[in-house]
Design a protein. Structure first.
Ligand SMILES: [Zn+2]
Length: 173
C-alpha cells in the first residue's frame, strides 16, 4: 500500500493485543475480500508495460506476466464505514491511499497512476506475496506489523519503500 500521508504512530495495548486479535479473527473474511478484488483486477486490468516489467524483475517478482494493473478514482477497502473510521485511526485513511497491491492485482489511484515509484512500491508487495505463498499469509503478516510497529516502521513496508526509492528518495510520497 502507498500512503500519501500518515499520522504519527502511538503504540498502546489496543494496538498490541486487542486489534491484532480482531485481525486474526477477521482474516478469512479479509482474505476473501482481497481474493475477489484481485480476481476482478486480473480480469479488467492491463498487463505491465516493458519498463514496469523490468522494475518487477528488479524488485524480485517471480511472475511479472501474471500482474494486472487498474487505475481507480478511490482505492477500495474492505468493511463498512465504521471500520474505515477505525482504520483511519491506525493510519489507513483511504483518502491518503495512493495504491494497493493484492498479489497480482495492483490498483493505483488515477491521479498517481503515472508515477513509477508508486508502481515499483506495489510490485515489491507482489514479490512479498509470492514469498509468503498466499494472499492471507502476506496480509496477516503485513497487518500485524502495521498494528504493532506502525505503517512507517513495518518491515514489509520498509522493504517496499527502500526498494522502490533506491537512488531516488526525493520522489517517494
Ligand atoms: Zn506499501
Amino acid at each position: 500500500m502507498s500512503l500519501t500521508d500518515s499520522p504519527p504512530w502511538k503504540p498502546g495495548p489496543a494496538r498490541t493485543l486487542f486489534l491484532p486479535a480482531i485481525v486474526l479473527v477477521a482474516m478469512p473474511w479479509v482474505g476473501w475480500w482481497a481474493w475477489r478484488v484481485e480476481r476482478r483486477t486480473l480480469r479488467e486490468g492491463r498487463p505491465l508495460f516493458t519498463s514496469e516489467w523490468a522494475a518487477a524483475e528488479r524488485v524480485g517478482v517471480r511472475h511479472p506476466e501474471k500482474v494486472r494493473v487498474i487505475a481507480v478514482e478511490e482505492i477500495p477497502m474492505p468493511g463498512l464505514g465504521w471500520m474505515h473510521r477505525i482504520a483511519s485511526q491506525w493510519g489507513f485513511d483511504r483518502r491518503h491511499i495512493g495504491g494497493l497491491c493484492l498479489r497480482y492485482g495492483i490498483l493505483l489511484r488515477r491521479d498517481l497512476a503515472a508515477q513509477p515509484v508508486i508502481m515499483a512500491h506495489e510490485l515489491v508487495h507482489t514479490a512479498q506475496y509470492e514469498r509468503h505463498g498466499s494472499l492471507t499469509g502476506f496480509l496477516r503478516a503485513y497487518l500485524l506489523q502495521c498494528l504493532r510497529h506502525g505503517y512507517a516502521n513495518a518491515a514489509l513496508e520498509r522493504e517496499a519503500i527502500e526498494k522502490s526509492t533506491a537512488g531516488n528518495h526525493s520522489t517517494f510520497i
